[in-house]
Design a protein around this ligand. Structure first.
Ligand code: TYD
Length: 207
């Protein structure tokens, strides 16, 4: 069985975790060994880098430092987890991947889409998701969901304007890469969203 790499994207609070759990169950039933991972994180080193990136005491962090730290966490995750898993035919579901950097650092921070892909090409080693699902949600709704949860991290504490740029940036990216990125309205019922995701990947699984 060929390895399958799926990433789940969307603004903070869009419900990615629930969809990842449902997709995990579905892919396991199809015979895949499934690895679930998250960004930034997913390895010892990447989780340590995550601690630096999201630490709300580090509010002086430079945008380029932020970009490089996300890329560094990603490099370790690709080399240590994702590449080996795909090589041995497993399915990998990642809660966020390089598109998060393109949208948050490239578009919302304004570093530029191409700059972000260029920097990340070192980290990716040619690994890109087969499918990316974007759970689309207005920035206000996402933040409201998040605020009900625990304490906000450094990224969640950014202004509403920043989060609006994120939501718009994702829509732009879905248009630019419409063959890979599939946008779904995150306000739809959980089962409906899961059905849409299954329909989209069925062709690849049943080959
Ligand atoms: P996390 O708690 O994982 O967010 P969520 O639960 O919303 O997925 O925190 C990750 C934060 O980092 C989130 O605000 C998005 C941001 N981020 C970037 O800015 N660039 C990136 O490359 C990645 C992977 C995440």
């Amino acid at each position: 069985m060929e390895g399958l790499f799926i990433s789940m994207e969307g603004p903070d609070g869009a419900g990615k975790t629930t969809q990842i759990e449902l997709l995990n169950k579905y892919l396991s039933e199809q015979g895949y060994e499934v690895i679930i991972t998250r960004e930034p994180g997913g390895t010892r080193i990447s989780e340590a880098i995550r601690g630096i990136i999201l630490n709300k005491d580090f509010n002086e962090m430079n945008d380029v430092t932020e970009l490089l730290l996300y890329a560094a966490a990603r490099a370790q995750l690709v080399a240590e987890v994702i590449k080996p898993a795909l090589s041995s035919g497993k399915a990998v579901i990642s809660d966020r991947f390089v598109d998060s950097s393109v949208v948050y650092q490239g578009i919302a921070r304004g570093l530029g889409i191409n700059t972000v892909y260029d920097v990340n090409s070192y980290a990716l080693q040619g690994v890109m998701p087969h499918f990316t699902f974007l759970l689309d949600l207005p920035a206000e709704a996402g933040l409201a969901r998040k605020k009900k949860q625990a304490e906000l991290d450094r990224m969640e504490m950014q202004t509403l304007d920043f989060h609006k740029k994120v939501a718009e940036g994702y829509r732009k990216l879905a248009e630019l890469y419409s063959d890979r990125i599939f946008m779904i309205d995150a306000s739809l019922p959980v089962d409906t969203i899961h059905g849409i995701i299954k329909d989209r990947i069925k062709g690849m699984i049943e080959v």
